[in-house]
Structures are given as structure tokens and as C-alpha cells.
Design a protein around this ligand. Sequence first.
Ligand code: ASP
Length: 426
Amino acid sequence: MHWKILIGMGLGVMAGLLLANFSWAPSFVKDWIKPFGTMFINALKLIAVPLILTSLIKGVSDLKDLSHLSKMGFRTVFTFIATTVVAVSIGLVLVNIIKPGASISEATRVDLISSYESDASTNISKAVEQKETGPLQGLQEIIPDNIFGAAADNRNMLQVIFFALLVGVGLILIPKESARPVKEFFDGFNDVILKIIDLLMLTAPFGVFALLAALVIDAPGLDLFAALGMYAITVIAGLILMLVVYAILVYTFTGKNPAAFYKALAPAQLLAFSTSSSAATLPVTMERVTEHMGVPKEVASFVLPVGATINMDGTSLYQAVAAVFIAQAFGLDLSIGTQLGIIATATLASIGSAAVPGAGMVMLVIVLAQAGIPEAGLALIFGIDRPLDMCRTVVNVSGDAAVSNLVAKAIIPVTVPAVELEEVKL
Ligand code: ASP
């Protein structure tokens, strides 16, 4: 599967490069190619809510008792926060060693800021809206007042998760005879959704072709990459290190071969790269983790949707690098105290970032404000945010998959016999 997707991506890039030579290409691609990419992403997003509902209700109701749920919840959240803190720290160390901001000239800085000023200010105003909420707002929003309202917006994943958890818990607590038909319904429905994911994956090579062809046409010029090259290299080096961290964690805690882990995950990573959205990738991540890595459904159906919403290691790493890069470009010296503050704010900002393209940059504004770095600096990095967003989304998705393996290993003795996992070949 990952070869087919890779070929689709390669052909998409080539088609984009080829078409870029013609003046009519941008409108042709916008009218005739991009819509196929959008249709593909929409179809993936379409199944996210039903997938969470059915798989989580089934997963929770299969747990033997409620203590397993709290144990799983605690381990999941703890591991998510720990990996995020590691990611931010890696970003901070790299950006302080490489100092990408020092390599940017005064002229380039002024130039970039004036070209992207208005784009940046749109993001700043979005962030201001977000910031104007009270400290408990995030927690308060987890509990929806209407399930249809919650399910009507893909951004409300945590609300849907909350409802599914409640239904699952209810099913554990009622007599078995009353629970059985409800469980069977969700079981069957879950199988239908998984089949739909299989069908959708057949169209993935075409979907990514369209997405990448359209991205290449809209891509920033090479001169921008040259100006911001060191910054991009710092972010990408950090992201690669994070992938190494996951490999070590997966190997140390589950004994699984890291190469097999990444091979099994590859289709989800490629989709994360092409769509820049962990939420859109979620159905495929779920399929890879359960069917190709042997993570029990009751674990994956909890860890992955929660992870797609709150665990964004790639995003937090990028926010740390970007914040310090902007400070360096403006000639500001950040104290150790301020940098430690960035660890806290970037961790929280990544939790608050939506799993959609560009969300990490909106939340970056909050990190900048907290550290006293000029928000206008956002314009500096705006031009190459999309390619970096594609890369950080790969890490976001990989982090969720790695943690689901770790949590499965810790939870397995109480859910499914360990032999079952051994039998699953990677
Ligand atoms: N695009 C990222 C994601 O969906 C979020 C971000 O960093 O913008 O995971």
C-alpha cells in the first residue's frame, strides 16, 4: 500500500512541476485537480466521528471493569505529556545550537515581514480569540450539551470521545442481556466503518496525487527556501530525532522491531504528510495500529483519537524552534527562564492546536506572546509553513501510534491474552 501511495505522491509532484511551466496551470489545477484531493480528505474526515463513536463504545464496553479504563487513561495522558516535553526540549536544544535566526540578514527579514504581514495578522487575530477564553474553558468544552451538536463539527473530537466513553461505561454497568444488542450493533457498525476505510485506501494514491500536484503549484519559490533554509533544517532535524525517540521507546517497552513498526505505519505517515491533518489521517492510523501492529482495539480506539486531538509532538517541537528562531532573527536574547517557559507554553499550545492544517502556527502566537517575542515575527516563517506542517503532522501521527503500542503493552495483561499479540506478525 505505501508504495502505491508513494508513487501517487511522486507523480503528483512531477505533474505539479510540469504544469508550473504554463500560465494557465494554476486555474486548471484549482478547477480540475485540487477538488479530487479535497474529496479524498473530506471522505477521510467523514468517517472520523462514526469511527470514534463505534470503536470507542465497543472498546470501552469490552473492558473487564472500570479500573482498566482509568489505568489506561492515566498512562495515556502521562505518556503523551512526557513525549511532548521531550519534543519541545529537543527543539530548544537544536535551535540554540544551530542558531538559524542568526543567519538571516536584515534585508531578508524586512522583506519577509512586509510580504507576509497580512497573512500573519489573520493568524494573530485567530489566536487572540482563542486566548480570550478563561483558564478552565478547555476542560469545560470537553463536555458537550448536545451529542448531535458535538458530532456536527470535526473539531469537537474530545466531546465525541467523552460521549462514547460514557456510553461504553454505561454498557459495562448494565446487565449483560441489556448490553448485548447495543454492543452487537456497535460491533457490526464498527466493522462497516473499517471496511469503508479499506475502500477509501484504494483511492489514496489518486487522492495524494491531486493533493501534491495542487501543493506544488501553490508552493513558495526556491528563494524563500534558501532564505529560511537553516530554520527549516532545524525543524526537520528535530522531527527526525523525534522519530528516533519513538523507535527507541517502541523497542525498549514493547520489544518490537522499529523498522517493522515504521513499515506498518508508513501509509498513515504518507497520508499525514499529504493531508497535513492528524484528524483526517486518524482512520488510517487506527487501521494500521490495530490490524498491522496488533494493538488491541480497546486501546487504539481510546489512545489514537485522544492523541490526534491533544498529542502533537511535531507541532510542539516546531513551536519551540519557531519561537526562538524569530527571537534570534530580531536580535533578542532569550534567558534560560524564558526558554523553560517555552517548554510549558509550547506543550500547552500543542495540546490546544486543532488537528488540521496550519493550526500549530495559530497557537504559536500564544507561545510568542508569553515569551515576549514580537508576534509580527510570524510573517517571517509564514511562507514555508505548509511544507513544515506536512512534516510535523507525520511526527504527530507517529507519536500517537507509538504511544498506543506502549499503552497496549502496559494494559494487555488485563485485556487480551499476551499470546494474541505475539501471533500478529509485523
Ligand atoms: N497540521 C497539524 C496536525 O494536524 C497541526 C499543526 O501543527 O498545524 O497534526
